[in-house]
Design a protein around this ligand. Sequence first.
Ligand SMILES: [Zn+2]
Length: 446
Amino acid sequence: MITKRSNFAPLFLKETPLILSLLFCFIFVSCQKEKGFKGVNQGDQATSQSKLKGKRLKRSIDSRLGLGEFFVEKKIRKNSNFAETLEEMNFSYQDILQIIKAVKPFINFSKLQINTVLQKKERSYPLKEFLSLEVFLSWIERVVVEKGEKGEWKARKKNLPITTKVTKFNGVVEASLWNSAVKAGLDPAVIEKLSQIFAWEIDFNREVLPVDSWRIIVEEKWAGGKRVSWGHILAAEYKNGNTYHKAVRFPKGKGGEYYDLEGKSLKKKFLKSPLRFGRITSRFTRRRFHPILKIRRPHYGVDYAAPKGTPIFAVGDGRVTRKHYSKWGGKTIKIRHNSVYQTAYKHLSKFHPSVRRGRKVKQGQVIGYVGSTGLSTGPHLHFEFYQGGRYVDPLGKKFPQLKKIKKENLISYKSFAKEVWKFLPERQEAVLLAKKTNEKKKKEDL
Ligand SMILES: [Zn+2]
């Protein structure tokens, strides 16, 4: 399996309406540059000068270093401390005292962790000279210590600028979606984001196939030559069986939303109510007095009173997971809408004949009729909503909103999406299939 990985430069500054023009600013930057930036461990100072000669060439590739300049890096070891580490870096006792005094306002020594990096920058040419000492408090936070003109030690806080790169990844599911992400060098958190984007189209718990493939471009946040976090997925394709699901993030307005290439939202809205006309007689509560049982017990749903036989609609597209009779709920239908949401409909007088377990239903499709089966005082629908397997109040909960692209933005979105799409890596499945056919051919040739 081949994993494509290349970086291209900062783009998508912030939610600019004219991102299109920015798109053409993609500059490809090699990852190799970052690899050249490495500290030298100063364990063997005696031989370091000769060793450094060889390494100096490499170091000069790093534009951050001037002629004859180099870094010496040390980590604070277990059972060691800041002062001892400085000592190991060949600072004099006097200097160490001065440095500690200077950095005190910026560093809480009791909270300084093992493996905190100290980096000394020195010059060896034309004269050996101390330039600075940096203490890496986090990936982006550093304390810089320098020497003033009079030889006094001065410290200041430095926050590294975060730059955004855009990277491409692709994979074939094979064993699992999670594995394919790891194999591609992708943080599983990003794959989680991918599954959220398509949560309304694919049930990632049940519908994922080994032949499924995916490809994405995603933002990476870099600081100090290292990736510090992941940003947004800018474009994604998930091939589920023979269906291609496509998404592009349109960074307009707050947060940005995902749309398909035609500009249709990837989120779907639930119907406000499973009945056309229904009067809410009992709301969702964690404690209520039960009219039949005469005890206080929670009511994990909403009751709609309606005449017997009133049609009940599926509130969203999904798959019927249960169709059964229970003593309490009577005739019950449960629908799984995606990997997050499920709904249940109880006390039905009758199921609609089209409803079968395992079958798909469409939003607004009649699935049954209001009744009073099970433990019920009169004809009503008991409607339940689940999010991640837990009951939620369908009336109190803010469900995903269908965000349409405004008409005046649709044309610009489409050309934007088209441009972004070009940056996706090759579909890996194609590579895999080609490889397989090649292998087949080879065998045939033999
Ligand atoms: Zn109820």
